[in-house]
Write a protein that binds this ligand. Structure first.
Ligand SMILES: Nc1ncnc2c1ncn2[C@@H]1O[C@H](COP(=O)(O)OP(=O)(O)OP(=O)(O)O)[C@@H](O)[C@H]1O
Length: 254
């Protein structure tokens, strides 16, 4: 579990995050949503340890980041898996080499031991048979699955995903969402996803945090988001046609 306590982040005079308080539970897909510029990426980067909070604290399974030594920060990084927007695979490496990368970086294990783990996660994301292909030889959806395999190969406690569906068609996007949710449950990971995608909210929104101008203005799950009367949330959510239709169907009792 990750607890966020009174988290502030400023750049110079400009305060971007204005005192966030929340909890992200493990085994759950936690979503951060909000308009462009609301502070989602800055929040995710604070959770990743890439930005140092100006004030407040982030507590990882009871351990406060502000009290971490350099060594402990490095330890934390080993426990984090990250799925980047656009997958961010290494073009010159095969699928297997891409997934092996964090094991090479963070462990001293021998190649045959590492490759055993790599092939196991590739099987889990249904990519067995693609081990020796290069990223340019596989589809965008497969590239995302490689990115997910790479993020989980070192058995992380925390999984952060930045817009994991960007660039995917809606059907593939749902497959990726479901895969992230299944893996979150199976591996009992604390997963936090930064997304614009309303389909993801509907599909895997077990805990949704809504940011507006650096404030956390609403938190709830995918059922509660339909019932909320918070104007900020409804304005944002019902700008999506899909949500509008679901809402109308609900009101008609369909
Ligand atoms: N390194 C930085 N230095 C200064 N300002 C920054 C930095 N990173 C982000 N910001 C500012 O913080 C604000 C929030 O940006 P952020 O990228 O978190 O928004 P976002 O909600 O992720 O938007 P989007 O959905 O478009 O990705 C913006 O005004 C941005 O200019």
């Amino acid at each position: 579990m990750i607890e966020v306590k009174n988290l502030h982040k400023s750049f110079g005079e400009e305060e971007i995050l204005k005192g966030l308080n929340t909890k992200f539970e493990k085994g759950k897909t936690n979503l951060i949503i909000g308009q462009s510029g609301s502070g989602k990426t800055v929040f995710l980067k604070c959770l990743l340890g890439l930005f140092k909070p100006t004030k407040g604290n982030i507590i990882y399974d009871g351990q406060a980041y502000s009290e971490f030594s350099d060594e402990k920060q490095r330890e934390l990084r080993k426990k984090i898996g990250m799925v980047f927007q656009g997958s961010a695979l290494f073009d010159s490496m095969t699928v297997r080499e891409n997934v092996d990368f964090p094991l090479r970086m963070f462990t001293k294990e021998k190649r045959n031991v590492r490759y055993e783990k790599v092939d196991k996660v590739l099987e889990r994301v249904n990519l067995d048979g693609a081990e020796n292909k290069y990223p340019s030889e596989i589809s965008g959806g497969m590239q995302k699955r490689v990115a997910i395999a790479r993020a989980i190969v070192n058995n992380p406690k925390y999984l952060f995903c930045d817009e994991p569906n960007s660039g995917l068609d809606p059907k593939t996007a749902i497959v990726i969402d479901n895969l992230i949710q299944e893996i979150t449950r199976e591996y009992d990971i604390t997963t936090v996803i930064n997304t614009h995608d309303m389909n993801s909210v509907l599909e895997i929104g077990e805990n949704i945090v809504f940011l507006k101008k650096g404030n956390l203005v609403w938190q709830g799950n995918k059922d509660e988001i339909f019932k909320t009367e918070n104007d900020d949330v409804t304005d944002f959510v019902y700008s999506s046609d899909l949500f509008k239709k679901v809402r109308e169907a609900q009101l008609k009792g369909l």
